[in-house]
Structures are given as C-alpha cells and as structure tokens.
Ligand binder design. Structure first.
Ligand code: PMV
Length: 339
C-alpha cells in the first residue's frame, strides 16, 4: 500500500519484561547485542500501559516535529525521537520530515521508562506510513534502532530477540502468542526518579569495565537459558521458568555491580520486596522476582496467586503503586488518530 502524504497513521504498543536480559552490544552504532534475549510483552490489567504514536509527513518543513501529550518538545526527547527517525529513514531510504504526536497511559512519574513501548510504536507507525505494516522483520529491525528491547515489543506473547551479527540479521520473533499461557506480572513501582545512568550508557560501561570473565560468562550462558526457558514455556512450567528468571536477574545484578562505576539500580525498598517474594515462595506460592535497570520489581506468578502477591508487596514501605499485567499483544496500527 503506497503511503498517503496527507493522512496520519497511528500505532499502539506495550512494554515487555525480559526473562533473558539484553545488556550490551557487539556494535553500538547499529545496536546489535552481545547476547540474544527473551521476554514477555506486557499489557496492563488494572492500569493501561499503552504507548500511542501518530505520525504524518511534515509538508515542506525542514525539521521533524515532536508533540508529547499536547506540548511540542524541543529537548532531550525530541533528539531521541529524531535520532530514531533518522536511523529508520537511512535504513528505508525514506526522505520526508515527520510530525510525531504521542500519548501514553504509563503512570506519570512512575519510573517506567517505556522506551520499548515508545520505540516500537514509532517503528510500527513508520512502517505503516511507508506501506510495510506486514513486514514484521523490518518492524523489529526499525524498532531496535530506537531501543534494543523495543525490537521485542513488536510481537505479542513470548518473544526471542536473536542477536544476529548484522543489521539485517538482528531482529525478534514470536515464540508463543499471548494466548499460549496465562501468567501474570505484578510490577511493584518503587521510584519515580529518572535513572542516574541510562541503560544505553550503563551497558556500554559494563562491557568495557566488567572483569572479562564476568561479562563473557554472562554473554555465553544466554543461549543455554533461552533453550531451557523455551522448554519451560512450552511445558507451562512456572517453577522452572521462575528459577531461571531469578538466575538471570542475579547474573545481571552481578554484572551491574562489577561495572565501574558500580551500577546499583536498586534501593532498600527493592531489596525488601525481593525478600517478601522469597518468603511467599517459602509459603508455597509460585512468585518470582526480578528487576530491569532500575529499582521497580517485576514479579511473575499465576493468575490465582495475584491477589496474594499484591497484598504482600503493597504494604512494603516505599511501594508507590502496583501494576498488574497479563501477557499482551504486540504493536499494531489503530484508528484513534492523535493529530
Ligand atoms: O531497550 P533498551 O535499549 O533501553 O535497554 C534496556 C534493556 C533492559 O531493559 C535493561 C533489559 C531488557 O532486555 O529489556
């Protein structure tokens, strides 16, 4: 379908949580990772976690325009979007300047960066504009250019990002769709402050400064974890999945702490929540906790245990909010035009 120069196109996307974590690149310019990763795409149940982006060509304008929740942005967010647009234009040889309008239902000040959701929504809308909506591989490559984990949010369900070794071979694929297995993710929100060191900078530091065997062991174990987790997903085995999820998180934490300067993304509240989750397991509740590059805690559990998990972590001092998610759908175009 050729693009219509005058009309806008709108996409919606969601975040995802990695079981096997992406942290570092073979090639920073192209964002080709050192290890493959595996995640579940997350859709909010008690609170929507939607990122919506409309784009249209900016007519004769010589610059892109970015409007965030009704206000034109000319700062850091603008630069981030323009860098992503430039990378997508280079890859597809599309030339036009664009007007980008965004709306998010992520809790304001939640500390949930939503970079996976925003970059995959932008890639989805961009692909729609150039008539390539059906090309999931292209969409994943385009999303990767804005944020690594965004390459996975193009798909719903359980998703693998195969690291590849070139721009064309580094993209994600769906392993199982969102209806394969109803597991839940309870996010305990701990902080509303921006990260001291952004992921993209943190992972560069880890690769550069971590003692050699630490980082290479972390890289080398990824495929083994991916194989085992894929089997656990196929068998719908929460115990095996959860144990591997926590092991990956432990390794990731060690890599962060062995980085110079040390990347300690946790707070005391994070640790208290992790203790509570370990206690729940001692009581026979299958609940497994991990973090991203930040203090918020993602707890995977089964639907019938969600209430107990929420009750347990809600009362930890310092928990700001709880978001209950199911395994959700990937990025897609919608009719709701923001422009
Ligand atoms: O997606 P990026 O480029 O912002 O990197 C973030 C990576 C982590 O969220 C920390 C881990 C992951 O695999 O999602």
């Amino acid at each position: 379908m050729p693009f219509d120069k005058n009309s806008s196109i709108t996409a919606l996307s969601h975040p995802n949580k990695a079981f096997v974590i992406y942290w570092g690149n073979q090639n920073d310019t192209l964002r080709i990772p050192t290890r493959s990763s595996l995640s579940a795409t997350l859709q909010g149940i008690n609170h929507p976690l939607d990122y919506i982006i409309s784009i249209r060509t900016a007519g004769s304008s010589e610059r892109d325009k970015v409007i965030i929740d009704g206000t034109e942005n000319k700062g850091e967010i603008y630069s981030h979007f323009v860098n992503h647009l430039n990378a997508m234009r280079r890859y597809t040889r599309f030339r036009e300047k664009l007007e980008v309008t965004t709306r998010t239902s992520f809790p304001i000040g939640s500390g949930l960066a939503g970079s996976a959701a925003s970059a995959s929504a932008l890639a989805e809308a961009f692909a729609g504009l150039i008539g390539k909506s059906g090309d999931t591989r292209l969409k994943s490559i385009l999303a990767r250019k804005g944020s690594g984990s965004a390459s996975r949010s193009v798909f719903g369900g359980f998703v693998i990002w195969q690291k590849g070794n070139s721009d064309e071979s580094s993209y994600s694929k769906q392993l199982f769709d969102e209806n394969h297995w109803d597991i839940r993710n309870v996010i305990a929100m701990v902080s509303s402050s921006p990260k001291k060191i952004r992921s993209i900078e943190g992972m560069k530091l880890s690769k550069k400064t971590c003692p050699e065997h630490f980082y290479s062991d972390f890289v080398n174990i990824a495929n083994h974890h991916i194989n085992k987790i894929t089997k656990a997903l196929l068998a719908r085995d929460i115990g095996t999945l959860g144990a591997l999820y926590e092991k990956e998180n432990y390794l990731f934490r060690q890599v962060c702490l062995k980085t110079t300067p040390s990347l300690d993304y946790w707070t005391k509240v994070t640790e208290n929540i992790l203790d509570k989750v370990a206690n729940l397991r001692n009581d026979g509740i299958p609940a497994y906790a991990g973090t991203d590059a930040g203090p918020n805690v993602h707890i995977f559990t089964m639907p019938k245990h969600v209430e107990r998990v929420i009750r347990t972590v809600r009362d930890v001092r310092g928990v700001l909010d709880i978001i209950h998610c199911k395994v959700g759908e990937g990025s897609h175009l919608i009719q709701d035009d923001l422009i």
